[in-house]
Ligand binder design. Structure first.
Ligand code: F6P
Length: 546
């Protein structure tokens, strides 16, 4: 990171702390009071971050001077804060039903949202009771296939898996995402087309991957009914803001559930995009998820910065990214049920915050989105944790743990949690050369020194721990909303629009240009592309006929 991008108001704090090891900072038990916070079922522990209370107060003064409350209130009220698309950002209105504060969102939006929730509840109940024919759905459904990508996939996928213990019996969920035909091919071999309900989720209904997979599934079901279009349509629901296109594609309007311009794809789990989730866990649990998210929204709207969890999370990220220059952050949930959390956060954070110009078209003043990566622990410990402990780069980590598991294998769970705690401690404390020397008991002094040098851990590596009481619809909703509001705050602090995603468009346009040259009989040898692309097109043509 270039130095001029480091905010000057933090320079003295970075310099002061450069000589203080986290091991020493942790000796001050009082810092826990300011850096450890509970919100409902979530404990957020920031006490292993490499900052002291002075630095925290400097960050607090900065955010207080930034007008964050007015920006936050504008979002909740439905102001068009997504300026490049002239759209409101109202995902919080989707869960206003779970809030204990009155919603400032426009009444017409709240009304449409409520009507949709009522439709979802009724459909879910009918499917549970085994007869959803009144909703256009064929009887005897055993499997649901959610077709969608990005925000139309990652949220429901994360939540359906995370809430496995809450699944209603007799209904299996599947996610078809990638345009790689392999997944569709396998699903078609695994499922019975007459017992499968396909939910095509696409806000725009123009997404190549989703439409191709939709076509494949529609042809497959059509074959089972000898092309009877009415019978086929009973195996499809759609979720989209583009009803006209959906109808043209073959799903009757009555089977389309809405999305709205005022909800971005990556913030849409709480809408009908969560239909496959609602069907998997039932209406009550879906509303519990909304309630968990609303708990965070209410807190975000009312708590002062120093106790406000999303604000604190954003300040810590700002500190690591902009003051300390950390280019990535690893997210490591110690819960197999949260396997999909990291990829969900990759879209939420990197699609939102990977920007380099302000809404006024000016270059940003400092670095924006860190690279988010990671995978579940303890597996991760046996893969890349070596580099996190002893590598040359410092990577802040986020550990997510669950106090009470959904199973009774307590020995496993104790081992899991002890590993989480141990990793956070080891990264912070490290092991000094003297400690390593004391362990090296055999060999010459030189041999002992050489070995000890390799067995030394620098420590001083920051991490956050989030501990959920249990993984429930409520706590999952709260966890996701916490990240959403953190993203909002970082967009605000960095002065960027966190709600558009123009950066995904160029590749889509080039893929459209390339496709005809790969299709059968395509102009594979026309040299209209750059030399590297053309060479690879040629290889594909040559090798597939070889
Ligand atoms: O290409 C990126 C993106 O537009 C994401 O923002 C979005 O979540 C995803 O594609 C899917 O879009 P849609 O729901 O319109 O199919």
């Amino acid at each position: 990171m270039s130095h001029e991008r480091r905010p000057s108001f933090l320079a003295e704090h970075v310099d002061r702390l450069a000589g203080t090891h986290l091991r020493d900072l942790l000796k001050d038990a009082a810092r826990g009071k300011r850096l450890r916070h509970r919100l409902g079922p979530i404990l957020l522990d920031l006490s292993r971050q490499k900052l002291d209370l002075e630095a925290l107060d400097a960050l607090g003064a900065h955010v207080e001077a930034s007008g964050w409350q007015a920006a936050r209130d504008a979002m909740f009220a439905g102001a068009p804060i997504n300026t490049s698309e002239n759209r409101a950002v109202l995902h919080t209105a989707l869960r206003a039903s779970g809030s204990s504060l009155p919603s400032p969102a426009p009444q017409d939006a709240l009304k449409e949202i409520q009507q949709t929730l009522t439709r979802i509840d009724a459909l879910v109940k009918a499917v549970e009771l085994g007869d959803a024919t009144a909703f256009g759905v064929a009887p005897g459904i055993t499997d649901i296939v959610n077709i969608g990508i990005g925000g139309s996939d990652l949220g429901p996928r994360l939540a359906v898996r995370a809430l496995t213990p809450y699944h209603v019996p007799g209904l299996r969920s599947h996610f078809l995402t990638n345009v790689d035909g392999q997944s569709a091919y396998e699903l078609m071999h695994q499922l019975d087309p007459r017992r499968t309900l396909v939910i095509v989720v696409s806000k725009t209904f123009t997404t190549q991957e989703t439409l191709l997979n939709g076509n494949v599934m529609r042809d497959w079901i059509s074959r089972a009914y000898n092309g009877d279009k009415a019978a086929v349509s009973r195996h499809f629901l759609a979720v989209s803001a583009n009803v006209a296109e959906v109808e043209k594609w073959g799903v009757p309007a009555a089977q389309v559930y809405p999305m709205w311009d005022f909800v971005g794809g990556r913030f849409s789990l709480w809408s009908a995009v969560g239909l496959s989730l609602a069907l998997s866990i039932g209406s009550y649990n879906f509303h519990e998820l909304l309630r968990g998210a609303a708990l965070v929204d209410d807190h975000f709207r009312t708590a002062p910065w120093s106790e406000n969890l999303p604000v604190l999370l954003s300040l810590v990220e700002y500190w690591n990214r902009n003051a300390q220059g950390r280019g990535s952050r690893a997210v490591v949930p110690y819960a197999d049920l949260l396997t999909d959390l990291t990829s969900y956060l990759q879209q939420l954070e990197m699609e939102s915050l990977g920007k380099q110009v302000t809404p006024q078209g000016q270059p940003v003043a400092q670095s924006t989105s860190a690279v988010v990566w990671g995978s579940v622990g303890t597996n991760a410990q046996h893969a890349y944790f070596q580099a996190l402990h002893q590598g040359t780069d410092v990577v802040p980590l986020e550990f997510i743990g669950v106090v009470k598991p959904a199973h009774d294998l307590s020995a496993n769970h104790d081992a899991l949690l002890s590993n989480l705690l141990a990793q956070a401690a080891a990264l912070a404390l490290g092991k000094t050369l003297d400690e390593a020397l004391a362990e090296a008991t055999s060999g010459t002094e030189e041999e002992r020194r050489v070995l000890a040098a390799q067995r030394t851990f620098p420590g001083d590596r920051p991490s956050t721990v989030m501990m959920l009481d249990a993984l429930t619809p409520e706590s999952l909703g709260a966890l996701i909303a916490l990240y959403e509001q953190k993203v909002f705050m970082l967009g605000h602090l960095w002065g960027i629009n966190a709600f558009d995603q123009w950066g995904v468009e160029l590749g889509k346009a080039i893929a459209r240009q390339i496709l005809p040259s790969l299709e059968e009989g395509g102009a594979g040898h026309a040299s209209s592309f750059d030399s590297a692309t053309q060479a690879l097109i040629d290889v594909i043509h040559e090798r597939r006929i070889a």
